[in-house]
Design a protein around this ligand. Structure first.
Ligand SMILES: C[S@@+](CC[C@H](N)C(=O)[O-])C[C@H]1O[C@@H](n2cnc3c(N)ncnc32)[C@H](O)[C@@H]1O
Length: 261
């Protein structure tokens, strides 16, 4: 098993490729490794299929996509795979996660619809491999990406709830929160694509999660939320820079955590 990059009483963070580390976790099949997964993969923002290969956003454009023209800025992931390759990779990751979670487990998979060449592209063409889609939750970020004359500015992202047959919410009040989550955006922008801690916090709390996993941990937001809720968690992140960022957040005495919104 790979050596953890960071570890404390409740969190283990691995620096590595999630396919490799998930393979190791699956073969070890630690019973409580991952009851609930909350994750946001790279969105493959850097390439226009059939386009010029330099990204779908104009150079120098002051928008989120513009910041992704060079991937995550660390040379580890350029976020510009041919789309079929990207979709196949994501299905493979979901397949490993699906194997890892128990019969009452679930995956909260954050992704977004985007418009390419005048046509909506849905996440993975809505084919999640073996994972079963139970519900789409709308995350209202409160602010938009990509103002254009061609379509309405996207203010929302999706959280696909991929759930094993016995997955249940904590109780009826968790269900009563509804399927539109108005959580805004992360204010600390040191990671280019982080979600607010209230997002994994709500997912984990509503699921009465026994343990949490994020295979694309980024700045460690899911781990921070899990720790604050007293839930053991595992994270995997390919970029050492973001591992360092996550480790710093996790080592803080008073976690920077907005609570369960
Ligand atoms: C959308 S970001 C996740 C942000 C995270 N939710 C947060 O709040 O900070 C996706 C992350 O996946 C990482 N990544 C890309 N390819 C990876 C791989 N093969 N294995 C593990 N992490 C990877 C990127 O470095 C990036 O930090």
């Amino acid at each position: 098993m790979s050596a953890p990059y960071y570890q404390d009483d409740s969190v283990t963070l691995y620096h590595g490729d999630c396919m490799e580390v998930l393979g190791e976790l699956t073969s070890g099949r630690a019973e409580s490794a991952a009851h609930v997964v909350v994750t946001s993969p790279p969105y493959n923002m850097g390439l226009t299929p059939g386009g010029n290969g330099r990204g779908m956003y104009r150079p120098g454009a002051n928008n989120k996509g513009g910041r992704f023209r060079e991937g995550y800025g660390d040379g580890d992931h350029d976020d510009a795979m041919p789309q079929p390759e990207y979709d196949a990779w994501q299905r493979e990751v979901l397949g490993l996660l699906w194997e890892l979670i128990p019969d009452d487990g679930a995956i909260f998979y954050n992704h977004r619809v985007r418009v390419e060449h005048g046509r909506a592209r849905l996440p993975l063409g809505m084919d999640f491999g073996p994972a079963v889609l139970r519900q789409i939750i709308t995350w209202d970020r409160g602010t938009g990406i990509g103002v254009t004359g061609r379509h309405f500015c996207a203010v929302a992202e999706w959280i696909m709830l991929l759930a094993r047959p016995e997955f249940k919410l904590r109780d009826h009040s968790a269900s009563g929160m509804g399927d539109v989550w108005r959580l805004g955006m992360e204010r600390d922008r040191s990671h280019p694509a982080s979600f607010p801690a209230s997002l994994p916090a709500r997912a984990l709390d509503a699921s009465a999660a026994r343990s949490a996993l994020d295979p694309f941990a980024g700045s460690g937001t899911t781990l921070v939320a899990a720790k604050a809720l007293g839930i053991p968690s595992i994270g995997i992140e390919k970029s050492e820079r973001y591992c360092e960022m996550a480790a710093k957040r996790l080592a803080q005495d008073a976690l920077d955590f907005g609570g369960v919104a």
